[in-house]
Design a protein around this ligand. Structure first.
Ligand code: RP5
Length: 171
């Protein structure tokens, strides 16, 4: 059923393989932080039984966070959250003529009691990072890797600033 890493802590699911170019960025972020994850396709509308089986067994299989991406009507993250008490991070995908605003509103407007943490349209990197930050609450090594990642972001911005300042001086 699954393309899974052994002892995956994060499950990444998406409504269609057409979502993969966006969703694989969550897997890349997690892999770079050395967080084991698994990734597969589950359609809330086309494979509802598969969705139920996945979400209802996720906890006992050792998953700690689920990242779910979908476009259009985008019921996958919300239904996952309805079935499982694991934290669910939703990624709205820009898959239709509404450019992801449809998926964003569908995912973010969960009823009280069943939360989904929603990232920006197509921002699967942030979903991966947020999942890692959740896991880092109990993992000092991962927290150290997240600090190192933040330092790398800072370094990139400082390099950009230096380049822009050089241009400003006509150098
Ligand atoms: C959603 O419909 C999927 O998540 C995807 O974003 C969109 C289109 O799916 P396909 O028609 O490409 O399979 O359920």
């Amino acid at each position: 059923m699954l393309s899974s890493a052994s002892q995956a802590k994060v499950g990444i699911i998406m409504g269609s393989d057409s979502d993969l170019p966006v969703m694989e960025k969550a897997a890349t972020a997690l892999t770079q932080l050395n967080v084991p994850c698994e990734m597969t396709v589950i359609s809330a509308h086309r494979t509802p039984k598969r969705l139920y089986d996945y979400a209802s067994s996720a906890e006992e299989r050792g998953l700690q966070v689920i990242i779910a991406g979908a476009g259009g009507a985008a019921h996958l993250p919300g239904m996952c959250a309805a079935i499982s008490v694991l934290p669910v991070i939703g990624v709205p995908i820009s898959a239709t003529k509404l450019a992801g605003e449809d998926a964003l509103l569908s995912i973010v407007q969960m009823p009280a009691g069943i939360p989904v943490a929603t990232v920006a349209i197509d921002n699967a990197i942030n979903a991966g990072l947020l999942a890692a930050q959740m896991l880092a609450m109990e993992d000092g090594g991962l927290r150290a890797r997240l600090h190192a990642y933040r330092r790398s972001l800072e370094k990139q911005v400082l390099e950009k600033a230096a380049r822009v300042e050089r241009l400003g001086r006509g150098a």
